[in-house]
Each structure stands twice: as structure tokens, then as C-alpha cells.
Design a protein around this ligand. Structure first.
Ligand SMILES: [Zn+2]
Length: 124
């Protein structure tokens, strides 16, 4: 039987990183990973705001994205409610966001943030 304690990772570290690890319980890799997670979380929150009252933002674009059904579609397929919020022609949700450069990396995260119980694979 092999037992690995939480502190065994210290053996691989030295110098400053070892001191950092002993103080925090994290290696630099762990820290970078946490930073990355936080960055993604912020992006998800930021992009979600674009799903409401977005008619103006969408008007100038050709493509848009829907995180309700993880789709990319032309903006002219989208309809709007009385609040100028875009409605997805595929899933009928108000989950349309503008087509940002990196939006395809975040659609699944956005979907899971709003619909955690829904299996995303049904859309592929
Ligand atoms: Zn949709």
C-alpha cells in the first residue's frame, strides 16, 4: 500500500518555492492553476452580463454565440423580447452573447454556470 500525504509534494521543491510551499501548502504550479481558475470565473461572469439587453451589441456583428445550447449562429437568426434581449432560435433561451474572440473556450463554462444539471453532450 502506498500512502501519499498532502505534504509529500515538498520533496520535489527547493529554495524559495519550498519556503512558499511550506507557508501556504501550495506549489507555484498550484498557484498558477488557481490563478487560471479565477481568471476563467471572472470571464464567465463578465460574458454572462452580455446576455441581457444586448440588441445594440449584437447589431454590429455577423455572428453570435448561445451558451444555453452551446451554439454559434448568425445574428440575423436571433429574435428579441421587449427588453431588447436576444432569444436563441435553437433553444429559445435568453442566453445569446456577442461573438468574442475566445467565446468558444467559455461557452461550456457559461452553460455549466447557469444549467449545472443539464448534460451538455446532448448539443453535440
Ligand atoms: Zn441556444
Amino acid at each position: 500500500m502506498i500512502i501519499i500525504s498532502d505534504w509529500d509534494f515538498l520533496w520535489e521543491l527547493e529554495g524559495e518555492e519550498l519556503e512558499f510551499a511550506m507557508a501556504t501548502g501550495m506549489s507555484y504550479d498550484d498557484l498558477a492553476y488557481l490563478d487560471e481558475q479565477e481568471k476563467e470565473e471572472r470571464k464567465v461572469q463578465e460574458y454572462k452580463k452580455y446576455a441581457i439587453h444586448n440588441r445594440k451589441e449584437l447589431a454590429g456583428s455577423v455572428k453570435c454565440a448561445c451558451y444555453g445550447c452551446v451554439s454559434i449562429m448568425p445574428v440575423y437568426h436571433v429574435t428579441y423580447d421587449d427588453d431588447d434581449t436576444a432569444i436563441c432560435p435553437i433553444c429559445k433561451r435568453k442566453t445569446i452573447v456577442p461573438y468574442f474572440d475566445d467565446i468558444e473556450c467559455y461557452l461550456e463554462d457559461l452553460h455549466d454556470a447557469d444549467f449545472p444539471d443539464e448534460d451538455i453532450r446532448q448539443y453535440y
